[in-house]
Design a protein around this ligand. Structure first.
Ligand code: GSH
Length: 231
């Protein structure tokens, strides 16, 4: 039976930009599992009410419903143990756990400030009032005040990427020789920025840039082929 995933979509339904949905998309591709994604909008809470909460990704695999990108990775490893592993043992899991918190608490905060208005313009017009109200409450200012200039974003990101840069000078992926869920957690944040904004935030000679290019190429260019709002 086809696996289905509710995936946050923009004004253009082909544009998919949720960092958490990208984690799950990459995890499914890592497992070699086909997925049918269902375009979902912020205001469409009814469509995922069956999952008992209001956030995407939501996965439906036969009779099983799983929400939350981390829970999806755990579910996929448990249900498809003969396929490549996402969270390999206690150490692989610990590394991925660090990566997801680093992505959420450090990188996403900077990217959010860098792409805020591009993000706002990329989302569906029907979602904009909800997005503005909920995000302005969350950040404590207007979206416009929250946005920072590309130079400031580049400088902040440059500092925040230093641990990742050091690692990627020594190995091709965060997980080591091959990408796994630790990589997908960090990469999701960059797909969020890539698919809504054309702002260039990482220097081309930075090892994190080369890593992102490698990630874009995985699974026959799954992420690279994904439409951008700004294309
Ligand atoms: N911890 C969750 C976070 C999921 C999440 O925050 N998803 C966002 C999209 S990026 C969402 O559905 N937002 C809906 C809303 O803000 O109403 C995960 O890893 O899946």
């Amino acid at each position: 039976m086809t696996i289905r995933m509710y995936d946050l979509a923009g004004a253009n339904p082909a544009v998919r930009f949720s960092p958490y949905c990208w984690r799950a998309r990459m995890a499914l591709a890592h497992k070699g599992l086909d997925v049918e994604t269902i375009a979902w909008r912020f205001s469409d809470k009814e469509a995922i009410a069956f999952s008992g909460q209001g956030l995407v990704p939501v996965l439906r695999d036969g009779d099983t419903i799983v929400n939350d990108s981390w829970a999806i990775a755990e579910y996929l490893d448990k249900t498809y143990p003969d396929r490549p592993v996402l969270l390999d043992g206690e150490q692989g899991r610990a590394l991925a756990n660090f990566a997801r918190h680093y992505a959420q608490n450090v990188l996403s905060g900077i990217l959010f400030k860098a792409i805020m208005m591009d993000l706002f313009n990329a989302i569906d017009p029907g979602d904009r009032a909800y997005f503005r109200e909920s995000r302005e409450k969350r950040v404590g200012s207007t979206l416009e005040q929250f946005q920072i200039a590309p130079d400031a974003a580049r400088a902040q990101l440059n500092t925040a990427l230093s641990p990742l840069r050091a690692v990627l000078k020594e190995q091709p992926f965060i997980n080591g020789r091959h990408a796994a869920f630790a990589d997908y957690c960090v990469f999701g944040a960059f797909m969020w920025a890539r698919n809504v904004s054309s702002v260039s935030l990482i220097a081309e000679d930075d090892p994190t840039h080369a890593w992102r290019e490698r990630m874009l190429d995985l699974f026959d260019g799954l992420a690279r082929k994904s439409p951008r709002a700004t294309a």
